[in-house]
Design a protein around this ligand. Structure first.
Ligand SMILES: Nc1ncnc2c1ncn2[C@@H]1O[C@H](COP(=O)(O)OP(=O)(O)OP(=O)(O)O)[C@@H](O)[C@H]1O
Ligand SMILES: [Mg+2]
Length: 442
């Protein structure tokens, strides 16, 4: 007899035989065992169900006519239980009437063998159904594998889509900002140089004027003109004027530097950077949104910066994180204007607080960005880092901001991004980044 297990299974197939007639049982068991099957035998439906709790066979041969629980009922019970529903059941029946056969199929049997059976037929049917059973199992496993592989691939596509959107969004903003900074730089450089020349020239003119006054005492016309233009005030004020012009150009130059800090293109490797510079430049870019408008007062930014060592990071990407969180805080104040009047808002804190600290115990630095707005309910809090989750109107939010921020902080920098919030009181977003990159912490 050939080996019964066609699908290269290392263990012999296991068959449960259920028959109340011991003589029958013995013949079937003998036939199957001599064909190298592993066989268990029981004499009633109840015992069969008990045996199934201990061991799941690959196939069941089930007698129809048994006292108490007949084969139909036993089969029904087997098919309703999720653990055993998949086992193929072949009925053994002395009844060859069509009704019994139909009933057998309707309760879930895959085939029937009439008694007295012929050995060859029994083995052929058993083998066929075992093959079918193993093939189905195999197929299901393959489908499962493929499905999970597809799911992984889909997740990867989603992640890379997110990365592309993130880098495109950042690149276009970065390019714009870098372009503006570059354009500002030349005229400001020229102004700066000219102002310092002007100061020198003015000094020379003063000295010259003094010489004139000394050697050519002024006539009436000159004295009248001096009074008219208030020469003493002018001489006193002119250097101050030049100095404040110098102050203003210095300020423009530092704004331009900030813009360049914000738009710095990230290299392939992490670089050491000061995160305060990143936070400041991001706040500068958002300054126009913080200003008062006809619906609400100005949003005040309070900085509580601690000592932060430089950390190895992708500064451009971290700026994007700050940008997304700060923009959400401002959005939240803007949304409050739908609910409250300008006057009412004046009595509520319109503030954003940025706190930075080093946490030596955790080997991390921490940046907290707090707003005192409407807060985030527990239900929403569970979903804010999900891709495409937004509570904003169509066209106002894409629901990507925090998903991107979360990815940058956790995956790219091995840190954590969490939120604490109380409805009606505001929210704090907490970014923690490991001091030593390459090591992440939980
Ligand atoms: N400071 C905050 N206060 C209140 N709700 C917030 C705050 N920050 C985030 N949220 C909630 O989290 C949601 C998701 O924010 P996320 O930045 O991911 O998307 P978005 O701001 O809606 O859209 P965008 O992609 O344009 O940023 C917001 O729609 C908002 O409901
Ligand atoms: Mg957002």
């Amino acid at each position: 007899m050939s080996k019964p297990n066609s699908l290269d299974r290392s263990n012999p197939a296991n068959i449960l035989v259920v028959d109340d007639t011991i003589a029958n049982l013995e013949v079937i068991v003998d036939t199957l065992t001599s064909a190298s099957y592993s066989v268990s035998a029981v004499t009633s439906g109840q015992r069969a169900l008990k045996q199934l709790q201990r061991q799941i066979p690959d196939l069941i041969l089930l007698d129809i006519q048994m006292p108490e629980m007949d084969g139909f009922e036993t089969c029904q019970k087997i098919k309703t239980h999720p653990e055993t529903a998949h086992i193929p059941v072949i009925f053994l029946t002395a009844l060859s009437d069509n009704n019994s056969i139909a009933q057998g199929f309707s309760v879930g049997a895959v085939d029937y063998i009439t008694k007295p059976f012929r050995e060859v037929e029994l083995l052929a049917r058993v083998q066929t159904h075992l093959n079918l059973h193993f093939l189905t199992e195999n197929l299901e496993q393959q489908v499962q594998h493929r499905t999970s592989a597809l799911q992984t691939a889909l997740e990867q596509v989603k992640q890379s889509q997110l990365k592309i959107i993130q880098s495109e969004k950042m690149a276009s903003l970065g390019n714009l900002v870098a372009g503006v900074a570059h354009e500002i730089n030349n005229p400001v450089g020229f102004l700066n140089g000219s102002l310092s020349n002007a100061q020198d020239y003015l000094q020379d003119l003063y000295e010259h004027l003094e010489l004139y006054q000394k050697h050519h005492p002024p006539g009436t016309a000159i004295q009248e003109h001096a009074a008219e233009i208030d020469i003493n005030f002018l001489l006193d004020d002119f250097p101050k004027l030049l100095q404040s012009m110098q102050g203003a150009t210095d300020r423009i130059q530092s704004i331009s530097n900030s813009l360049r800090t914000f738009s710095r293109a990230d290299t392939e490797n992490k670089v050491k950077a000061n995160l305060h510079a990143g936070l400041d430049s991001t706040l500068l870019i958002l300054k126009y949104r913080l200003k008062a408008n006809s619906l609400r007062p100005e949003i005040e930014v309070m900085k509580d910066y601690g000592e932060l060592p430089e950390i190895a990071c992708f500064p451009g990407q971290l700026n994007q994180v700050f940008m997304n969180i700060l923009a959400n805080a401002i959005d939240n104040y803007d949304e409050l204007t739908q609910q409250f009047s300008y006057k009412e808002l004046q009595n509520q804190p319109q503030k954003i607080k940025v706190t930075t600290t080093t946490l030596p115990d955790r080997g991390a630095i921490e940046i907290r960005i707090t707003d005192y707005g409407r807060g985030i309910s527990e239900d929403v809090r569970g979903r804010i880092f999900d891709r495409l989750f937004t509570t904003k109107e169509v066209g106002k939010g894409t629901g990507l901001g925090l998903a991107i921020a979360h990815q940058i902080v956790t995956e790219t920098h091995g840190g954590s991004l969490t939120v604490e919030s109380e409805v009606g009181h505001g929210s704090t977003f907490i970014i923690q980044l490991p001091l030593t990159q390459g090591e992440s912490y939980s």
